[in-house]
Design a protein. Structure first.
Length: 279
């Protein structure tokens, strides 16, 4: 059996996160289930007899409480899988004053990871970001408009946030790999899940909600494959830290912005200021 690891998975109450939690539990690991819905999160955790915590990523105070609870209950975290995210409809701001797509997909996991930094370093942890090919297809980081006040569409906002995930992975590697923390981002594929249920984009809405169209999408289990692979294997041997993966390989085609260390650094500094962290 593989070495038993403690794996924290956000967005684990449904879809890819739930599928990964079940697989990792079946492989003998201790899984901590984190979700937004109390009922769904509790149900998944009950099935696995696992610890669970609830947090709404549209509220950064929830993220701070989540980090404190995780650090108190789990002094060792071998894998932090930042899987929670989603695509939304009309532009809206959270109670924290940020565009919700950017906050839920980027700022919240950025904050959680930083607040758990001491635990992750002590554990020599792996940090995984569920990104998306949308980063290449629709993503563009505009440092002067991170909240999409000037130009907003659901797809543009989602692509920018997923590009942010990849840049975050790059900068996290640059900062924490010397301390033993390894990071990777991956595209799970186009998966039949509920993540885009709230979008106002007609094409995406049809793709994810139409019964016929969903037949051509991947399953949550197939989408979870790379998350499980990155969680169970050894960084530096099975995969190269700091990079973005598709189908268990370093992505051949990427958004040119995703390879810029200067942009990754600047996004980190701006994100830290937005979430009240010292840099």
């Amino acid at each position: 059996m593989r070495d038993r690891r403690t794996v924290v998975i956000t967005g684990a109450s449904d879809g890819i996160g739930a599928a990964a939690a079940r697989r990792l539990h079946a492989d003998g690991h201790e899984v901590v289930v984190v979700g937004r819905s109390p009922a769904k999160t509790r149900a998944i955790a009950a099935d696995l007899k696992a610890d669970h915590l609830v947090a709404d990523y549209s509220r950064l105070d929830d993220v701070r409480e989540l980090a404190a609870a995780l650090a108190a209950k789990h002094p060792r975290i071998d894998v932090l899988a930042n899987n929670a995210g989603g695509m939304f409809g009309a532009r809206a701001e959270t109670v924290d004053g940020f565009e919700q797509t950017f906050q839920v997909n980027h700022l919240a996991p950025f904050l959680l990871t930083n607040l758990l930094q001491d635990v992750l370093i002590a554990s020599r942890a792996t940090v995984i970001q569920t990104a998306s090919v949308a980063a290449r297809l629709f993503g563009s980081i505009d440092m002067a408009d991170l909240n999409s006040r000037r130009q907003y569409t659901p797809m543009r906002a989602y692509g920018a946030a997923k590009l942010g995930n990849i840049l975050f992975t790059r900068e996290l590697h640059n900062r924490l790999n010397p301390h033993g923390v390894n990071a990777a981002a991956f595209h799970p594929g186009v998966i039949a899940s509920a993540f885009a249920a709230g979008t106002s984009n007609r094409a995406m809405g049809f793709l994810y909600t139409n019964t016929f169209a969903r037949r051509f999408l991947g399953t949550p289990a197939s989408g979870a494959d790379q998350l499980v692979w990155l969680s169970e294997t050894t960084p530096g041997q099975a995969w190269v830290p700091g990079l973005y993966y598709e189908k268990r390989s370093v992505a051949a085609r990427v958004n040119p912005q995703s390879t810029r260390d200067d942009l990754a650094h600047e996004l980190w500094e701006r994100s830290a200021a937005m979430t009240g962290l010292k840099t």
